[in-house]
Ligand binder design. Structure first.
Ligand SMILES: O=C(O)CCC(=O)C(=O)O
Ligand SMILES: [Fe+2]
Length: 207
């Protein structure tokens, strides 16, 4: 597998950087994002093991009278389930140690998405199935593999107002009211990109 950044910090044993180096941007409406490029180093093997070993499934979504495939592969690890790589367990602990006081609870679950190429994507949405619809919360995303852009815009439409390219090992945390007052998306790209895996850590009851 080849990553643009592999020669910089992809190889070697996985390691986590210092979360206090994350930079916060206030988006408005009580929403913020923290970004820390290259938080997880040595991520090449983590990517390969997740791509090969996670029981990926296609998401089926009913639309009108059809069941259509949502273009990406998914896996979900709920409370008490062992995560598929020890680096993810360490990442979750480090996130809870750093953000736990502000969040008021630990990060518990992990959702994994596999974007196989530039045609895979996720449409505009907020993580509002659970408490994120009514309460401030945090969703912390570790991005592995090929770079893809995460777009954000205030809920309710309009053009994207924030664009954050996420590369191999990068961290982004969406916090405050971000899930209920802003939407986010990973758009398709015509660029010739390979696979990307996104790992989203969330507190209990946030989906
Ligand atoms: O791929 C990503 O980093 C974002 C995924 C996402 O927003 C979601 O699954 O809710
Ligand atoms: Fe999301």
């Amino acid at each position: 597998m080849q990553h643009q950044q592999a020669s910089i910090f992809g190889t070697g044993a996985p390691g986590l950087g210092d979360l206090s180096a994350a930079r916060r941007t206030q988006l408005g409406r009580g929403a913020w994002i923290d970004v820390l490029p290259g938080w997880l180093s040595g991520a090449d093997d983590v990517y390969d093991e997740l791509a090969g070993r996670v029981p990926w499934r296609e998401e089926r979504r009913r639309m009108y009278d059809d069941v259509v495939a949502v273009p990406r592969l998914l896996a979900h690890y709920g409370a008490g389930e062992e995560l598929p790589h020890p680096a993810l367990t360490e990442a979750r602990s480090a996130l809870t140690a750093h953000y736990g006081d502000e969040l008021g609870e630990p990060f518990v679950t992990a959702g994994l998405c596999h974007y196989r190429d530039g045609r895979d994507s996720v449409a505009w949405h907020g993580d509002r199935i659970g408490r994120g619809d009514t309460h401030d919360t945090m969703v912390a995303i570790v991005s592995l593999g090929e770079p893809r852009a995460l777009l954000l815009r205030p809920r309710g439409g309009g053009p994207a107002t924030v664009r954050r390219p996420l590369g191999h090992g990068d961290l982004i945390v969406m916090g405050g009211s971000c899930q209920r007052t802003w939407d986010h998306a990973i758009p398709k790209t015509r660029a010739d990109v390979g696979g990307r895996i996104s790992v989203q850590f969330r507190p209990r009851g946030v989906r």
